[in-house]
Ligand binder design. Structure first.
Ligand SMILES: [Zn+2]
Length: 360
C-alpha cells in the first residue's frame, strides 16, 4: 500500500507529490530551478502547507537536501498527504512539506547540487570567509576522486587510505573524508564558498511561509547511514541544552548526536538545521534529522566517489556511467518494498511525535 508513495524518478516524485497536495487541499508554492534534469525535465522545489492556515506552530518536513536521498523523504511526504492512516496536524499546528530542496541532485541522481556542493555543509558564514578547516583533506583528495576509475587506480587509493588510517586512526579518517571541505570544488563533501540556489531558498521559505510562526520543528529526511531500513533521529546540538532536552522529550532517549565526541556521524558544520534556525530566528526551533540506513558505509563511500569521478571525468551516458548511477541510487534508495514500507512507517511515527510535541 505505502509503496505507491514512492517514486522512480524526480519527475515521478514531483507528480505524485503535487497530485497528493491537490487531493489533500494543501496550499502549494513552487520555486522553479534555473536548470533542467537529464531528460530535459523542469526542476523545482515545491512547498506545501497542510493544516490550520493560521497555525503558529509548524512542523517542517524536508526531503532531498541530498538530492538522491529525496526518494525516501518524498515517499514520506506523499504518505503524509495521501495516507489514510497519516498523522494529521492538530488544531493550531500545520505541516510545511518542502519537497526536493535540491531538485538538481534528485533528478541527476547525485547527493550534491548543481555546483557539486553538499548542502548540509553549505550553511556557513561565507561573507566572513569562516569556512571550517579540514587540512587533512588535501592528503586524500586525489585518492578520493582519482583521474582514472580502474582497478589499479582504486588499489592505489586504498593504499593511501590505509596509510592515513595507520597514521591518524579510523575516526580521523572518517571525519576528514566526510565532515566537509571548502578547498576542493571538485572533491567530495564540498561545502562551497558561497550560498547556493537551495540555501538561498531556505531563507526565502522561512520568510514567505514561517514569518508568523512562534514554534517550529524540522524533520529533514536522509538516507545512507545506519542499520538497513532503520530511521535514526539525530540532533546537532550539545547534550544538556534546552533544545536538546526538548527534542529528547518529543522523540525519545535514543535521539543520536552528530556532535558527541564518539559518534558514527562526521561532526560536519553548516547543516540545513543551521539554515533553518538562522532563517527564522524569531521562533523557538526543535530541529532533527531522520537518517535511514541502507548499505555498508564503505560501499556508500565508494558509490559517492565513483559518482564524483563520473561527473568530472566520465561519460554519464555510457554503460559505465549507467552502472555508477545505478550503484549510487541503490546506495541511497534500495530497490526493496520492505525497506520502503519501513521508511514510511517510521517517518509517520516520527512526524506524529513531532506534531504532538509541537502541540505541546
Ligand atoms: Zn543526507
Amino acid at each position: 500500500m505505502s509503496d505507491a508513495f514512492f517514486s522512480v524518478s524526480f519527475s515521478d516524485a514531483r507528480g505524485r507529490f503535487l497530485a497528493a497536495c491537490l487531493k489533500a487541499g494543501a496550499r502549494v508554492t513552487s520555486y522553479d530551478h534555473p536548470l533542467r534534469g537529464p531528460q530535459g525535465e523542469a526542476l523545482a522545489t515545491d512547498v506545501a502547507w497542510l493544516g490550520d492556515p493560521s497555525a503558529r506552530r509548524v512542523l517542517v518536513v524536508g526531503s532531498g537536501t541530498h538530492g538522491v536521498e529525496g526518494f525516501s523523504g518524498s515517499g514520506i511526504q506523499v504518505g503524509l498527504l495521501a495516507g489514510p492512516d497519516a498523522p494529521r496536524p492538530p488544531p493550531g499546528t500545520a505541516l510545511l512539506l518542502v519537497h526536493a530542496l535540491n531538485p538538481y541532485g534528485f533528478a541527476w541522481i547525485r547527493r550534491v547540487n548543481e555546483d557539486n556542493v553538499d548542502l548540509n555543509r553549505n550553511f556557513v558564514d561565507h561573507a566572513a570567509g569562516a569556512w571550517p578547516e579540514n587540512p587533512g583533506y588535501a592528503d586524500l583528495a586525489d585518492a578520493l576522486v582519482p583521474r582514472r576509475w580502474d582497478a589499479a587506480s582504486l588499489a592505489a587509493s586504498e593504499a593511501t587510505f590505509a596509510a592515513f588510517v595507520r597514521d591518524n586512526g579510523e575516526d580521523a579518517f572518517r571525519r576528514t573524508v566526510k565532515s566537509g571541505q571548502h578547498t576542493h570544488p571538485d572533491g567530495v563533501f564540498y561545502g562551497g564558498r558561497a550560498p547556493t540556489w537551495s540555501s538561498r531558498l531556505v531563507e526565502r521559505i522561512c520568510r514567505e511561509h514561517l514569518a508568523d510562526a512562534t514554534h517550529l520543528a524540522l524533520i529533514d529526511v536522509h538516507t545512507g547511514l545506519g542499520p538497513y531500513g532503520y530511521g535514526e533521529t539525530l540532533t546537532s546540538v550539545h547534550r544538556g541544552t534546552p533544545e536538546e532536552a526538548r527534542a529528547r522529550r518529543w522523540y525519545g532517549e535514543d535521539l543520536a548526536s552528530t556532535v558527541a565526541p564518539k559518534t558514527a556521524y562526521s561532526g560536519s558544520k553548516g547543516s540545513i538545521i543551521v539554515g533553518c534556525t538562522e532563517g527564522a530566528p524569531w521562533a523557538e526551533w526543535t530541529p532533527i534529522g531522520l537518517e535511514f540506513g541502507t548499505i555498508a558505509p564503505d560501499e556508500v563511500r565508494l558509490a559517492v566517489r565513483a559518482d564524483g569521478w563520473l561527473h568530472l571525468y566520465g561519460e554519464i551516458d555510457s554503460p559505465e556511467g549507467r552502472r555508477i548511477k545505478k550503484a549510487l541510487r541503490d546506495a541511497f534508495y534500495p530497490d526493496d518494498t520492505v525497506w520502503r514500507a519501513k521508511v514510511w512507517a517510521r517517518g509517520a511515527e516520527i512526524v506524529a511525535k513531532g506534531l504532538a510535541g509541537l502541540a505541546g
